[in-house]
Every structure is written in structure tokens, then in C-alpha cells.
Design a protein around this ligand. Structure first.
Ligand code: X6L
Ligand code: MG
Ligand code: MG
Length: 163
């Protein structure tokens, strides 16, 4: 069994329902047991595309799937939530990114672990910090956060994982 951390995001439709759909869908898959979830955060869209605020969260899971199969499952769940890819870095109903998988590094055309840009993204680091203080390769999440320029709003919501 391996431990993986995922980042979840949504800024279209019922954002909270989309995150809950992601968690439920992961639960229902063989070889995946979600263990812990961060709070759900309201965050300003970061990046070159002007778009609505996101809800973001991180989850920890235990899995018997290797990283590439876990990625396939994440992409299937994104599609099931109505994800389309129109604008690069544009609005999405559901985004599921693999951040970490045990302490391994992966660099294939399809998948890079640790997620190559997680260290630059407050909307990833803040929820992840609720689950872990330090992570493989990247080290202290608080140190990484301190090095970042402001990225707008990152607010813990009282949005719940269960309905
Ligand atoms: C310069 C160039 C500065 C590119 C930033 C940052 C690009 C983030 C893409 C960037 C740049 C991204 C989310 C988001 C997106 C999300 C919030 C991305 C991909 N996804 N903002 N922006 N949450 N708050 O999940 O992360 S688009
Ligand atoms: Mg993403
Ligand atoms: Mg993604």
C-alpha cells in the first residue's frame, strides 16, 4: 500500500458538490481508500486566465494502484464530473492533481511527481499544510509558503465533505 496526496479544485457549477463527487468517486474505486481531507478553501483564481474563484482542498489516500493507474482514475472522475478542456488553465468543473506518492519521484510525459508547480501555488500548499508539515523532496511547507508572493484570497470555508 502507498500513500498519495491529491489536490482538488472546482470553479464551475456547484463547486462544493463537485469536490464531494470527487471524494465519493474515489471511495467507490477498488484500490483507493481516502484517509483524511483538509478543510475546503475559497481561493482567488491564480494564473493568466481571469476566472471565478475556486474551491480547493487536499486529500490523503491509501492506494494499491501505481501512480499511472491512479492518474487514469483521477482523469476518469474529472470526465464524469463534466470536465472539458477548452481553455488551457481555464475554468473547470473538477480538477484532480496528484501531488505526492510516497517519497518517489516520477518523470514521464504523462505524469510528474512531486507535482512540478505545487510549490508555487498557495491554493495547494495551504490546504496540504493541514495534513503534513513537511513533504518529500520539497521539505517544509511553511518555508515554501513564506517564499511566495501574495496570490489573493485563500479563505477556509465551512463547506463540508459530507452533505
Ligand atoms: C504565471 C504564469 C503565474 C502561470 C501563474 C498558475 C498557471 C497556476 C496555471 C501561472 C499559473 C496555474 C486553479 C487556479 C488554475 C486552482 C486556484 C494553475 C492551473 N487552477 N487557481 N488556477 N485554484 N485558486 O485550482 O493552477 S489553472
Ligand atoms: Mg490543477
Ligand atoms: Mg489538473
Amino acid at each position: 500500500m502507498s500513500i498519495a496526496y491529491l489536490s482538488l479544485g472546482s470553479n464551475m457549477g456547484d463547486r462544493g458538490a463537485n469536490l464531494r463527487f470527487a471524494l465519493k468517486s474515489l471511495y467507490e474505486r477498488d484500490g483507493i481508500q481516502p484517509l483524511r481531507g483538509s478543510a475546503i478553501y475559497e481561493t482567488s483564481a491564480w494564473g493568466p486566465v481571469k476566472q471565478d474563484n475556486f474551491l480547493n482542498a487536499c486529500i490523503e489516500l491509501e492506494t494499491s494502484l501505481p501512480p499511472d493507474e491512479l492518474l487514469t482514475v483521477c482523469q476518469e472522475i474529472e470526465l464524469a464530473a463534466g470536465r472539458t478542456r477548452e481553455v488551457r488553465w481555464g475554468p473547470r468543473t473538477l480538477d484532480i492533481d496528484i501531488l505526492l506518492y510516497d517519497d518517489i519521484s516520477v518523470a514521464t510525459p504523462r505524469l510528474t511527481i512531486p507535482h512540478p508547480r505545487m510549490k508555487d501555488r498557495m491554493f495547494v500548499l495551504v490546504p496540504l499544510m493541514e495534513l503534513e508539515e513537511t513533504v518529500p523532496v520539497l521539505g517544509s511547507l511553511a518555508d515554501l509558503l513564506e517564499s511566495l508572493p501574495p496570490q489573493g484570497l485563500i479563505v477556509r470555508t465551512d463547506e463540508q465533505w459530507q452533505d
